[in-house]
Design a protein around this ligand. Structure first.
Ligand code: NAD
Length: 496
């Protein structure tokens, strides 16, 4: 199959998008954005100054009064235009994700589609945002609830879904009448720059949608800013809980912090093996394991015969995954997004070996299709004999590593999973309705899969986790997002 054309021909100098204009940063701190497969620099991204971040917030604040008075129908017309432009640019947007992140082109197309779905669902705001009322709560008195926007909202994004994650929030925020400032991950910020170009073309008024590049300093400015009313963060628990959520509590901002994961996939002996194995491949090794929904620990329940046969089939199928450049359509798994990410995974593999896990498939080779530097590439790794106390079983590796554990029955498997401090997306594979229900009822996880390996809620359902995977009350996406981005006001009216 062909290697698709790279949509970026020369090194991009990324600018901030503030008040409907592309503004060059004055910062002298500029980072390289590197294509992890080829090792080539594809963009330069500024670490914006405090003044620049403040200017973006001010622009969003200025734009808010008019935007909130714009009728919901007029607001969603901008979203309809954006949706059309996203469809028109679907392939380019997807290829950009592949070259800045490393994921395969099909994974990028999936990400683009999911992002567009958020915009589509947010176009339902005129109905979704309606309040409710009751006549005659007392003689001649009515009472009603209206939902009003908050003001300026910001999103702090992770590197693993550079296009989609800000779209879990921004379309719902602007549709409900708020204005937004997005701070992309500095590791792969091009997708948000491309998205902002389309936002501009869609005709959103200046200041409604802003993008500022940067890293922790930019985040500090946003968190401290008195005019930011709500913060949505997606990233590690360390930053989400200890910095973002804490600071939002201190400064009285609404917050959603969607954080780290360590997902358990439980295999029951009555599962449909033919369907389960492909589901596990995408779950553990899709996006090179860099998903908050990725499988991490595979718990197999059953006798030795089932265990050995199942494990052999998993190892065999995994060993045939083709690793290569994401723009090569034959590739099934791309590189890690960064050298740091790869080093981190290698460190965990060393720890696994040291702590006594048995390596069944060693991905450290690596074996890559095509002539690319091996800087960020890894093949999938499978560990056997993993126990819940091992570091590789407890901490988020965020790479293509499967840790196999055994449990004597469903109860033990559930207890293992519930022993984790993280609870984002655990799943069970079984043909027993009773076991599926038992698992669903008891498992401590914000998203639960039943014969599904990647538990990604659709745009009209909420997306959040439990325990140290999530901090907040309302989740991203769907009705939760609409409530998050609005505050309710109760009116009691005497009409005579
Ligand atoms: P990260 O926490 O390193 O970075 C996230 C954002 O925080 C970035 O924009 C970054 O610039 C900023 N940041 C980093 N360090 C900071 C600091 N000290 N102070 C202030 N801001 C800082 O996360 P990442 O590595 O980009 O993303 C991967 C993580 O995101 C994984 O843990 C993954 O599980 C998680 N994730 C969770 C979900 C979910 O829905 N739960 C979804 C996607 C990713």
């Amino acid at each position: 199959m062909a290697i698709l054309e790279d949509p970026i021909k020369e090194v991009l100098e990324l600018k901030n998008y503030i008040n409907g204009e592309w503004v060059k940063s004055e910062s002298d701190r500029i980072s390289d954005v590197v294509n992890p497969a080829t090792g080539k620099t594809i963009a330069k991204v500024p670490m914006s100054t405090k003044k620049e971040v403040n200017t973006a917030v001010e622009a969003a604040k200025e734009a808010f009064p008019d935007w909130r008075r714009t009728t919901p129908l007029a607001r969603v017309r901008c979203l309809f235009r954006l949706k059309e432009l996203l469809e028109k640019n679907f392939e380019e947007l997807s290829r950009v994700q592949t070259i800045e992140h490393g994921k395969t082109i099909d994974e990028s197309r999936g990400e683009t589609r999911r992002g567009i779905e958020m915009v589509e669902v947010a176009t339902g705001i005129p109905s979704l945002m309606m309040g409710y009322n009751l006549e005659d709560i007392a003689m001649g008195i009515d009472e009603y609830v209206i939902y009003q926007p908050l003001g300026v909202c910001c999103n702090i994004a992770p590197f693993n879904f550079p296009f989609m994650v800000p779209l879990w929030f921004a379309p719902f925020a602007v549709a409900t009448g708020n204005t937004v400032v997005i701070k992309p991950s500095p590791r792969d910020p091009i997708s948000q720059a491309k998205l902002a170009e389309l936002v501009d073309e869609a005709g959103f008024p200046p200041g409604v949608w802003n993008v500022v590049h940067g890293h922790k300093d930019a985040v500090s400015v946003l968190l401290e800013h008195p005019d930011i009313k709500a913060v949505t963060f997606v990233g590690t628990t360390k930053i989400g809980r200890d910095i973002v959520y804490k600071k939002c509590g201190e400064t009285g901002k609404r917050a959603i912090a969607q954080c780290s994961a360590k997902n358990y996939m439980v295999i029951m002996p009555d599962c449909n093996v033919r369907r389960t194995i492909p589901a596990l491949m995408t779950s553990f090794f899709g996006n090179a394991g860099q998903r908050c929904l990725s499988g991490a620990n595979l718990v197999i329940v059953g006798d030795n015969k089932f265990y050995n046969e199942f494990l052999d089939a998993v190892v065999d199928t995994t060993s045939r995954i083709k690793v290569g450049y994401g723009l090569d359509e034959a590739t099934q798994m791309g590189p890690m997004q960064s050298i740091d990410g790869k080093e981190r995974v290698l460190g965990y593999i060393e720890k696994g070996i040291k702590e006594g896990a048995k390596i069944r498939l060693d991905g450290r080779g690596p074996n890559v299709i095509g002539d690319y530097p091996h800087t960020c590439f890894l093949n999938p790794t499978i560990f056997e004999n993993v126990t819940p106390d091992m570091t590789i079983a407890k901490e988020e590796i965020f790479g293509p590593v499967m840790s196999i554990m055994r449990a004597k029955d469903l109860n033990e498997a559930i207890e293992m999973a519930n022993g984790s401090n993280l609870g984002n997306a655990h799943a069970i594979f079984t043909s027993s309705g009773k076991d599926a229900k038992e698992f669903q009822y008891r498992i401590q996880s914000g998203n639960v899969g039943i014969n599904i390996g990647i538990v990604a809620p659709m745009a009209f359902f909420p997306f959040g986790g439990m325990k140290d995977s999530f901090f907040g009350v309302l989740h991203g996406q769907g009705r939760d997002a609409i409530r998050f981005f609005t505050e309710s006001k109760v009116v009691i009216q005497r009409w005579f």
